[in-house]
Design a protein around this ligand. Sequence first.
Ligand code: PXL
Length: 271
Amino acid sequence: MKKTLTIAGSDSTGGAGLQADLKTFQEFSTFGMSAITSIVTMDSTRNWSHEIDTIEPYIVKKQLETIFSAGNPAALKTGMLGDIRTISVVRELLDHYQPRNIVIDPVLACKGTAGILLSENTETIRTQLLPIADITTPNLIEAGILSGLGDLSSLSEIEHAAKIIHEFGAKHVVIKGGRRFDDREALDVFYDGKSFDYLKSPIIHTDNNHGAGCTFAAAITAGLANGHTTLDAVKTAKAFVHQAIMAGAPFNAYLGHIWHGAYRDNGNRLT
Ligand code: PXL
């Protein structure tokens, strides 16, 4: 069985973060491991606003040493990294152990934490993590920030952002246009440094999409671990997330989760 690793924050509600990653890894029959970087909680007395408590970088390092000393995972992903020093620790460990199939989900903000992670993390992710990424998975907002282009409002701007992000060193880039770009089709733009692929699925009109971004990157990670090409892993991840959003359910007055088991429930087998 292939081993997969997430280096990410905890979403105590179980929809996003490392919980989403581990659930998704298991759906793909891979053995999921985690190094926790931060803990996200929500305050029900303050409109469910998110708070982030970061884990000290030396504790992240100890977790990674525990994991890597048993051998490299077949693929890994990074999500919310919390403390900026954690990003350097992660890079240092990855340089030392040289694992393959690195997926960088450049989490710069999530609903309710906008602005918290943004400024200090962007430059460090760009310079330290994108150069070692097999693939990075920004959403439209993250792609605008990482590329420095700001608001991306046309397909040619998305393509331009993908080229810039590729130049930072990521071998493949998939920009998740989702429903932000078009209200009929969820368009993701995939770029491998030579040509573009356009992945489309019908928009699902629902608010129960918490965890979709993390789950998409985790599904790509598991697909790579299972030996698929990057583009095939992305295509399967998109189908996996589409079905997970279709089967989503409200969690509280503010959030609705996707259901990570939907693909299997619908009779699909993932190995
Ligand atoms: O979806 C971004 C995200 C990533 N990681 C953690 C989160 C969230 C959003 O809530 O909680 C831990």
